[in-house]
Write a protein that binds this ligand. Structure first.
Ligand SMILES: O=C(O)C(=O)C[C@]1(C(=O)O)C=C[C@@H](O)C=C1
Length: 278
């Protein structure tokens, strides 16, 4: 059976996404402590696939995932999943809101709840840990008046009480996850393609690259830039588009872009998330 790496411990959002993926694809789930650890595990063949978050509707890109895909590993995206994210403030039994001195969570979760924290607990110390469930475990194992921000099942798993539910700053909070592999995905009925490219520092160069897609009527679903990491002012552009690299029009566009970019990386074509795994 293929092995699927995911961000643990028990009770992470990524585990929830991995369980959803495993309802459709039979996989042995293997837990890792951080997002980079999951990605390295796929790159070094410890697991066949790895499931990681890539973007959130409130906080945007998950930089650890984006930067590793661009700079550190050569992996393909073979599936995507989008799950609703409900963040909760949780404590050990007997601790009240006014007792809390420190809050722990994954930086993405803390960022999704920054308004709540600022408005309700402006004086607490805020700490980043590798996952929301790692925060819940840490709080459960401490004897201090600490709180974690995590999903309801993390409270259940680590024996914490939920003080406040749905503390994310906007309703409709959702995170998009991707499954990474060394092998390409089988085409689905509706597909999406992800690429990374650079453009020259000349007037209109990004416009001309994006015009290639516009002229062929290809719909882009995401464009995001990240530092190229070489010098200030140089960027890589991450683009997701509707279509498969085997479609003639998409193939033509990708060829033009790869021929005109000093950096180009194809991250794969994979079935669009339509509420279930294709
Ligand atoms: O810490 C977790 O529970 C995770 O699965 C990571 C992660 C993320 O990095 O975006 C996943 C979903 C939520 O957006 C918050 C945290």
């Amino acid at each position: 059976m293929k092995r699927l790496g995911f961000l643990g411990p028990d009770g992470t959002f990524t585990q929830q996404a991995a369980l959803e993926y495993c309802r459709h694809k039979s996989r042995q789930m293997v837990e890792y402590a951080s997002i980079p650890d999951v990605i390295w595990a796929v790159a070094s063949d410890k697991v066949d696939e790895g499931l990681v978050p890539i973007e959130n509707s409130i906080e945007g890109a998950v930089n650890a995932t984006m930067d590793m895909l661009a700079h550190e590993v050569d992996l393909f995206i073979v599936a995507e999943l989008v799950l609703p994210v409900h963040q909760c403030l949780m404590v050990r039994r007997g601790i009240d809101m006014g007792d809390i001195t420190d809050i722990f969570s994954h930086p993405q979760a803390l960022a999704q709840c920054q308004h709540f924290i600022h408005s309700n607990m402006p004086d607490v110390n805020v700490h980043n840990v590798y996952s929301t469930a790692a925060a819940a475990k840490l709080v459960a194992e401490s004897d201090k008046p600490w709180a974690a921000i995590a999903m309801p099942s993390a409270a259940q798993r680590w024996g914490l009480s939920i003080l406040v539910s749905d503390i994310q700053d906007m309703p409709g909070n959702a995170t998009r996850f991707v499954v990474l592999s060394k092998e390409l995905a089988q085409p689905g009925l509706h597909n999406k393609t992800s690429i990374i490219f650079s453009v020259e520092d000349t007037p209109g160069s990004l416009y001309h690259t994006l015009k290639v897609f516009a002229d062929k009527g290809i719909n882009l679903t995401r464009i995001e830039s990240r530092p190229a990491k070489k010098m200030l002012g140089q960027y890589l552009f991450f683009v997701d588009l509707i279509g498969h690299s085997q479609d003639d029009i998409v193939r033509e566009c990708l060829e033009i872009i790869s021929n005109n970019s000093s950096f180009y990386k194809y991250l794969g074509s994979y079935p669009v998330w339509e509420g279930t795994i294709a």
